[in-house]
Design a protein around this ligand. Structure first.
Ligand code: NAP
Length: 453
């Protein structure tokens, strides 16, 4: 399992995969740790979680450096990622107890209530694009709920996976409450089937989600899936076009476009189409790609050359089928996985750019004449993760957000961001279940009914 710096092309480390007997031994230890971890009070668990929050901030520079080296994220964004991990630790340290306290329910019995109990060891299968944040938004609620966890991280970010395990140990958590398994995707099935694994959460592609969920389904284990997205943004004719274009470009270019909730499709009112297009293309063209350690760099390299090639093929095939390229759309350097900010229009059904997730800095512009047409284009996708609406009529924005758009979250006059206080997740092939907030911590607990006569 090689970690390769996408900017320099140098191998950072060639990690040895764990054997199946090593994996089984670790899972056994994590299960044993569960039996004492679940007995700790929220107050005791919160002490470790707050230590973890502090360790993240103390080691921010070093941890951000590992992220940038392994997957090419620009350093400033990597700092932001570590800070966000610290905030989610603090959030669940503060709130887990109130989210999981007993809830009395009035019935004919002397006493009846709901009690939220941990379920055991949860497997987390995670992607490389936010290699710390994706893990922390699972581990903070899971550990605070009294569960233990094992992590199978993406094969190109093993350094991040081991750094997370190390941080947890430095924060003083009891041994084996959370462990990393250095394994490939083929080994995941056996881990899901292991009787000591009680549930699985996967963040990644629809293909990986389908595979893991089917194994979990057969084994009758709960799964939560956070999968791909092709978020549509509606630009209504009464929108503030400059602000809309600027926020849309920020969202599209975040993490070099490798974000599940990146704005990907822009559906623009006919009357303001040309104005939005001119501003959007101008701002996209100003974003320079380069060394992710250089503070002037807006976008770093994509995480891997094969991912760059896949993205370029989607653009090329769409172009061959009639799409117009307004900006970008070429491979600037064969041996470094940069991809330039790219804007397409005249994209129609049948083209890859119409149907598929574009996991890089590629935007697609559509034109609409009526609100119905805008909603139809926005929802004409297998995905349903996030969506945005820009309008000066907030009432209309909220109504379209609630009743029109098929998405797990809709932001009016802003771009979609995850926030520990708000539930996060998708509908359709973007997955099911929710992370973050009170709802996220209740995904992996036994919602136990207790009745006293
Ligand atoms: P990926 O290829 O699906 O990989 C994600 C994780 O799943 C990795 O650990 C990978 O391991 C593993 N995996 C892949 N195929 C598997 C299989 N058949 N069985 C079991 N495990 C498997 O996705 P990615 O390229 O890392 O990440 C990009 C995708 O994640 C995008 O579609 C993006 O939208 C999505 N994503 C969604 C969210 C969300 O919250 N909804 C957040 C971030 C990313 P290996 O690395 O060893 O293959």
């Amino acid at each position: 399992m090689k970690s390769i710096n996408p900017f320099t092309g140098k191998v950072i480390c060639d990690y040895k995969e764990y054997s199946s007997s090593e994996v089984e031994k670790i899972i056994l230890k994590v299960d044993q740790a569960f039996h004492s971890w679940k007995l700790k009070s929220f107050e005791q668990r919160a002490i470790f979680m707050k230590n973890l929050q502090a360790r993240l901030l103390v080691k921010k520079e070093e941890l951000a450096g590992i992220i940038t080296a392994e997957m090419g994220k620009v350093k400033l964004e990597a700092f932001g990622e570590i800070e966000k991990c610290a905030s989610v630790c603090g959030y669940y340290a503060e709130n887990a107890e109130s989210f999981l306290k007993n809830e009395p329910i009035k019935t004919e019995a002397a006493e009846s209530y709901i009690s939220y109990q941990p379920i055991g060891t949860v497997l987390a299968v995670m992607p490389w694009n936010f290699p710390f944040w994706q893990v922390f938004r699972f581990l903070a609620p899971a550990l605070m709920a009294g569960n233990t966890g094992v992590l199978k991280h993406a094969s190109n970010v093993s350094g991040c996976a081991l750094a997370i395990e190390q941080l947890i140990s430095e924060a003083g958590f009891p041994a084996n409450v959370f462990r990393t398994l250095l394994i490939g995707s083929k080994e995941v099935k056996a881990v899901v089937e292991n009787p000591l694994i009680k549930a699985v959460t996967l963040t990644g592609s629809t293909l990986a989600g389908r595979s893991v969920a089917s194994t979990a389904g057969y084994a009758l284990k709960k799964s939560v899936l956070e999968l791909g997205g092709s978020d549509p943004y509606l630009i209504m004719e009464d929108a503030d076009i400059e602000t809309a274009a600027s926020l849309c470009v920020t969202s599209r270019l975040l993490n070099a476009g490798q974000s599940c909730i990146g704005a990907k499709r822009f559906i623009i009112a006919d009357t303001v189409y040309d104005q939005f297009k001119a501003e959007f293309v101008r701002l996209m063209s100003e974003a320079k790609f380069g060394d992710p350690l250089d503070p002037q760099t807006a976008i770093g390299p994509l995480a891997r050359i094969d991912l760059r090639d896949e993205l370029h093929q989607q653009v090329e095939k769409s172009r061959e089928m009639g799409a117009s390229i307004l900006l970008g759309g070429f491979i600037p350097e064969e041996n470094t996985p940069f991809y330039p900010p790219t804007v397409l229009e005249n994209v129609v059904p049948g083209m890859p750019a119409y149907h598929e997730e574009l996991f890089g800095p590629v935007a697609v512009l559509f034109r609409f004449k009526t609100e119905e047409e805008a909603i139809r284009i926005a929802n004409d996708t297998v995905f349903g993760l996030g969506a945005g609406i820009f309008t000066s009529d907030v009432g209309k924005g909220k109504s379209l957000a609630e009743k029109g758009l098929e998405a797990g979250c809709v932001f009016v006059n802003d771009f979609v961001k995850s926030d520990p206080r708000l539930p996060f997740g998708g509908v359709k092939e973007s997955g099911y279940g929710r992370e973050l907030s009170m709802i996220g911590i209740r995904e992996f607990v036994n919602i136990k009914t207790i009745v006293v006569r």
